[in-house]
Design a protein around this ligand. Structure first.
Ligand code: PBG
Ligand code: ZN
Length: 323
C-alpha cells in the first residue's frame, strides 16, 4: 500500500510508545481517602470495600507513614463518630476523629503531608442527611452555618484543605468568610462542585453508616444534567473555592472534560467507592486483570482532564507497580 501516514509507526515498541504517550498518572496526582474512627488500635476491613479499613488515629498515622514512602502525600479524612444526633453535633465535638487525625498527622509529618478533611454532616446526623432535616426537608441556611463551624474547627486543628461535600447552596462562601474572619486565610477549599446523586456511593455509605432516610436528590445533582455542573462549579469559584471537583468519575468523564474546559484552577475527580468495589470484586472473582483495569481507569480520568484523582486504588497501584 502507498500510505503516507502510518500511525502504527509510533506504536512500534514500548520505548516508542513511552516517548509519545500523551498522559500519565503519578503518585503526586493522587489523594487517598481514610475512614477515621474513635478509639485506638482499630483497623477493620470495610465489608463492602475489600482492602479499605476503618482506622483509629494511631493506625491512621502508621498507614500514612507507609503511603508517604510511596509518594502519596495527600490524605482525605472522613470522620466516623460513635454518636449521631439530629444536628450532627458530634462533628464539632472536641477531639472528633477528623480534628484528631489532622493534629496527629501534622505533628508526625509536618509539611510532608497534605491533610484534607471532609466537611459534611451525613456521618454525624441520626437521619443521615448532609444538612439539618426539618419537617422532612433538608434546610439550607441553618445547615450552612453548622458546616462553616465544622470547617473552622478543622482549620483550628491545622488542616491544609477543607473539602465541603454537602452540596448546600452558598456553603463555600460561608466557609471562606468564617475561615478568613478567624485568621485562617491560608486554609484552602476543595469544593465538591458537581456532585451527583449517584448509586455509586453505596459502599461508602456502608462504611460511614450514613445512608439517608429517603434520598439526597434535593441537594445532589441529577445525573441527567451536564450544564448544571458548570453553574455549580462557577458559583463555587465565585465564592472562593481554590479547587473544584467532579464526582463520581467513571460515569461522568464528559463532565470532567466540560469542567476542565471551563475553569483554570485544578480539577479534581473522585473515583468513588462503588467504582472501586466494581473493579475490586471483579478482580477477586477472577473476572478481570485488576492491574490493567485500574491503570486504564486512572488514565481515563487524567485524559478527560482531571489534574488530581481521589482514589482508593492508590496504595496498591503504587506498591504493585500498576502505575
Ligand atoms: C458524603 C459523601 C459521600 C461520599 C463522599 N462524601 C456519600 C454521599 O454523598 O452519600 C462518597 C464517596 C465514595 O462513594 O467513595 N457527603
Ligand atoms: Zn454528606
Amino acid at each position: 500500500m502507498n500510505l503516507l501516514d502510518r500511525p502504527r509507526r509510533l506504536r512500534t515498541n514500548p520505548a516508542m510508545r513511552e516517548l509519545t504517550a500523551e498522559t500519565s498518572v503519578e503518585a503526586r496526582h493522587l489523594i487517598t481517602p481514610h475512614f477515621v474512627v474513635e478509639g485506638s488500635g482499630v483497623r477493620e476491613e470495610i465489608g463492602s470495600m475489600p482492602g479499605v479499613h476503618h482506622v483509629s488515629v494511631d493506625n491512621l498515622v502508621k498507614e500514612v507513614g507507609e503511603d508517604l514512602k510511596l509518594g502519596l502525600k495527600s490524605h482525605l479524612m472522613f470522620g466516623i463518630p460513635n454518636d449521631k444526633d439530629e444536628h450532627g453535633d458530634s462533628a464539632l465535638a472536641a477531639g472528633n476523629p477528623c480534628e484528631a487525625g489532622v493534629k496527629a498527622l501534622k505533628k508526625e509529618f509536618g509539611d510532608d503531608v497534605i491533610t484534607i478533611t471532609d466537611v459534611c454532616l451525613c456521618a454525624y446526623t441520626s437521619h443521615g442527611h448532609c444538612g439539618f432535616l426539618e419537617n422532612g426537608k433538608v434546610v439550607n441556611d441553618p445547615s450552612v452555618e453548622q458546616l462553616a463551624k465544622m470547617a473552622l474547627n478543622h482549620a483550628q486543628a491545622g488542616v491544609d484543605i477543607v473539602s465541603p461535600s454537602d452540596m448546600m447552596d452558598g456553603r463555600v462562601g460561608a466557609i471562606r468568610d468564617k475561615l478568613d474572619s478567624e485568621g485562617f486565610t491560608d486554609t484552602a477549599i476543595l469544593a465538591y462542585s458537581a456532585k451527583y446523586a449517584s448509586a455509586y456511593y453505596g459502599p461508602f455509605r456502608d462504611a460511614c453508616d450514613s445512608a439517608p432516610q429517603g434520598d439526597r436528590k434535593s441537594y445532589q445533582m441529577d445525573p441527567r444534567n451536564g450544564r448544571e455542573a458548570i453553574i455549580e462549579t462557577l458559583l463555587d469559584l465565585q465564592e472562593g473555592a481554590d479547587m473544584v471537583m467532579v464526582k463520581p468519575a467513571l460515569a461522568y468523564l464528559d463532565i470532567i472534560r466540560r469542567v476542565r474546559e471551563e475553569v483554570l484552577c485544578p480539577v479534581v475527580c473522585y473515583n468513588v467507592s462503588g467504582e472501586y468495589s466494581l473493579v475490586k470484586n471483579a478482580a477477586v472473582a477472577g473476572l478481570a486483570d485488576e492491574a490493567a483495569m485500574v491503570r486504564e481507569n486512572l488514565l481515563a480520568f487524567r485524559r478527560a482532564g482531571a489534574d488530581i484523582i481521589i482514589t482508593y486504588h492508590g496504595r496498591e497501584a503504587l506498591t504493585k507497580g500498576w502505575i
